[in-house]
Design a protein around this ligand. Structure first.
Ligand code: 5GP
Ligand code: ZN
Length: 149
């Protein structure tokens, strides 16, 4: 897999061909402000290598990304005296992804912010995917597809 995609805006930010308000950079990851912040302090954390999303991520990059997420999360909590923080990471269009270079949204949270507090509030959760399947069948379908390598 290529580590750079010349048509990718986040690869351009990594290469400094496109500008961004970078808050932290390590050998393998980059953290910068989202161009359309949900709240002040909304940061994106990305691996420097081009991965489309979680489906093709590698372990070394994931480890480094998590380290940087933790560093930035603590900085955000201190900088804004946040009550909490939500990490949002979307995969493929159906999952809400619009930029196809892996990224995690770090969103400082406040009791007063009115944003969602529970996963079931995603998309209103009007329609329950998988309704009609028994819980045991759902667990079995997932276990049968686990490929741990
Ligand atoms: P997604 O919808 O894929 O989870 O999130 C993509 C995010 O990237 C959006 O929140 C959007 O505002 C942000 N974004 C898109 N293009 C740019 C850009 O060129 N620079 C920055 N800093 N953020 C961007
Ligand atoms: Zn990219």
């Amino acid at each position: 897999m290529d580590t750079v995609d010349n048509n990718c805006i986040f690869c351009a930010i990594v290469a400094k061909r496109a500008s961004a308000e970078i808050v932290y950079e390590s050998a393998g990851a980059l953290a910068f402000m989202d161009i359309h912040p949900i709240v002040p302090g909304h940061v994106l954390v990305i691996p420097k290598k081009h991965f489309r999303n979680l489906f093709d991520f590698d372990d070394a990059s994931a480890q480094e990304l998590m380290r940087v997420e933790r560093v930035v999360a603590r900085a955000l909590r201190s900088a804004f005296e946040a009550d909490g923080l939500t990490v949002l990471q979307s995969n493929e269009r159906a999952g809400g992804q619009s930029v196809f270079h892996y990224h995690a949204h770090l969103v400082p949270r406040f009791f007063s912010d009115g944003l969602l507090t529970r996963p079931e509030q995603l998309h209103g959760a009007q329609k329950r995917v998988g309704d009609g399947w028994g819980r045991a069948e759902i667990v079995e379908r997932i276990r049968a597809q686990i490929k741990d390598q």
